[in-house]
Design a protein around this ligand. Sequence first.
Ligand code: PLP
Length: 384
Amino acid sequence: MFSDKEIKKFKELETPFFYYNIDQLKNTLEKIKKASNKFGFLVHYAMKANANDKILQIIKDYGFGADCVSGNEVKKAVEIGFSPKKIVFAGVGKSDKEINLSLDADIFAFNCESLQEIEVINELAEKKGKIADIAVRINPNVNAHTHHYITTGLNENKFGINLWQLDNLFNLLKKTEHIRLIGIHFHIGSQITDLNVFKNLCLRVNEIQEIFINNQILVEHINVGGGLGVDYEHPDNDNFIDFEAFFGLFHRFLDLKHGQELHFELGRSMVANAGSLISRVLYIKKAVKTIFAILDAGMTELIRPALYQAYHKIENLSSTKAIEFYDVVGPICESSDTFAKTVQLPETKRGDLIAIRTTGAYGEVMTSQYNLRDIAPAVYSDEI
Ligand SMILES: *Cc1c(COP(=O)(O)O)cnc(C)c1O
């Protein structure tokens, strides 16, 4: 829902642009902070969801850490002022350059995704005379029941170390003198809306932790990643995620050992609701089976529908006429540049303002300049 003031402002601005409701963002962060503090859990924000400077600043100011998946994200987190002791670095393909800069930054932990990566970090740390703190990312083979492109915790996925490699892992860790194992890490997928999936993860983590303990390894922290889903159908329903129930579930089912910390890496659920992509209708075109509403925003600003058939609610902010059906598409020269088919909208015409909702996560950050498009700017509610 947008206020009259917001819509008036939108009318003055060139489209497309990313709009962020800062109050809504802070409201969500406040809830996460409160619910995680209640159980003493630590949350690292998964920066890849939205790496916009202003958003990062706000998240940092709430005291959250940063979960990075590239060297440039580590650099950015340091620049924004996240404490290096709250920066973790995951990813299946960390380059030597990225590892070196993270060693120099003295980050909290590398979340390691293969045995060979541990060997490489060990060598690079040795050259610098350092000990690298690592967590091992274990692939727990838990089904996230989400879209297969955003499932990461099954044996067939490229992420993490598989359970059958654990003996090799334990042997390797005895030899790598410049590595200190401080945690066990998991991340099974994204946009998970069934809390039972997280319960299954907890039970699995307990079993896996037993294997480590049987090998005389007791780590300082367990990191269960992110993946909590948001309500794309009802963008104004801020109560869809019950953060207290989410963290409470881990408190109840995950068997932490004495003194052990529990870490999370939330991305989408922290920022998705606060963002919308605002665009205008360029043309209405009648076709054989449908009417196309052609927008000035496309897959270059929001690739999720093209990439994972994702649903985003589309609203016409300029019309209250009778409902018609439209295929809402962008201007890019690809048929997949379609936001949604057979969408019900009030009768729509050239120049109408269109809001595509819940784009705060994996929206602006995935922008491309394909077709040599301009980069769409960001507009913030507290600056209009
Ligand atoms: C993407 C990612 C996250 C965040 O996932 P969300 O679904 O946005 O919460 C957390 N941890 C790792 C390792 C990731 O790659």
